[in-house]
Write a protein that binds this ligand. Sequence first.
Ligand code: 4AD
Ligand code: MG
Length: 480
Amino acid sequence: MQIKEILKLTPEGQSIVVKGWVKTKRGQSNIVFININDGSTLKNIQAVVENGKISEDILKLATTGSAIAVTGKLVASAGAGQTMEVLAETIEVYGTADESYPIQPKKHSLEFLREKAHLRFRTNVFGAVFRIRHALAYAVHKFYNEQGFFYLHTPIITASDAEGAGEMFRVSTFEPNKAPLTPEGNIDFSQDFFGRETALTVSGQLEGELGALALSRIYTFGPTFRAENSNTSRHLAEFWMIEPEVAFFELEDNMNLAESFVKYVISYALENCKEDLEFLENRLLEEEKQKPQNERSELKLIEKLKFVVENDFERLTYTEAIDILLKSKPAQKKQFQYEVAWGIDLQSEHERYLVEKHFKKPVILTNYPKEIKAFYMKQDDELNGAPGATVRAMDVLFPGIGEIIGGSQREDNYEKLMARVKEVGIDPENIWWYLETRKFGSAPHSGFGLGFERLVLFVTGMTNIRDVIPFPRTPKNAEF
Ligand code: 4AD
Ligand code: MG
């Protein structure tokens, strides 16, 4: 039985077996207390070893970090901090851990634990983070299933650059420097495994659209890969993305879906991960105490999550956002490092200003300039007050995170899409199958991508994206 289940029992002296890893062992001459955790919950169970019950040799092996099984009677505990404990009758040590075990019962820095990524699962903080990550993933499937969406598995290896940003990891079976060349001196991919140039997917969207234009409502939830060399606390080279795609949805429907989806999964975590969230909140409060008064955040983690669930997201156009940013500029001092002007790609400082200082809530920005967005976004017919052409894009921005969702209504007009494809320099031959859906029964449709790790960052209150994915892939880092 897992500790989570044991803790639901009424302790009546029944025999049980507890299996897990030793967190701490406190010894006194006549009594020893061993705290055991099995990862099923944040809570430990305490085994009490009374004088002479277990041989000294075995007790010596049951060190911090060792894996053990304790058999004994479950009884009510008189000690503070737990309601029940196990009176040990036998202890089996599966594997001991010597003093070099790096996860000792003290507070380790997250940087230190990143270097011990193979063992960091055993800490309270990473246990909490990965249990919450699981709950959120489960809630994603639950939400879409309840809404009549089908989970579509899009390929990991693709031949198209869905975002057109040229940040793909190449997939090839050629050995380095041994690739056959064409007479022109280029690599001859026709001789490679797939007979063409391939790469790891940056997004399942294009394939997702094919599904939506038949099944009406689909979503993907899989790993995506980007070879962008940005070493930030918000970027990974391998991250998980959830991409719903819906036929007959326009931009407004897309915004409503995004907002209700995010609220649903956060509510699910609030209801089902209370203990872990409280633990992470307390951890953050301890950290806040180290900061000067004026830099401390106003809201506690759980209040912050509830606030997002209970309040409408602010919705405005990119053009309106630029106006706000321009007006925010104090006369003397330059407010932003990057200058604000219509047409710029918003930098995180701009996004943070809007979300954290101006609106103080999640924001959905729409109708971005065409030039800074992907080729597949539906072009706006009217300017809507903008000085240049815009597309029906939407980005959802979150406090402390910045962009958490990117999406749009899709261009469903064959001629317009083809013109745009050529304009941005994509070879139509490479995505002929995508273009064909606009020839046969084209329909308005929309979708978006939620960066799963950015969601986990927000919900757990962690600050570095490397700490919310079990095995982070970042530039120069793929050890574990
Ligand atoms: O805005 P992006 O690039 O949009 C797309 O890929 C679309 N094809 C999605 C769609 O419409 N179906 O990425 C979507 C989200 C971002 O908002 C961000 O949360 C996350 O994916 N993201 C990353 N997360 C971690 N590391 C990275 N390098 C990320 N790049 C994007
Ligand atoms: Mg984006």
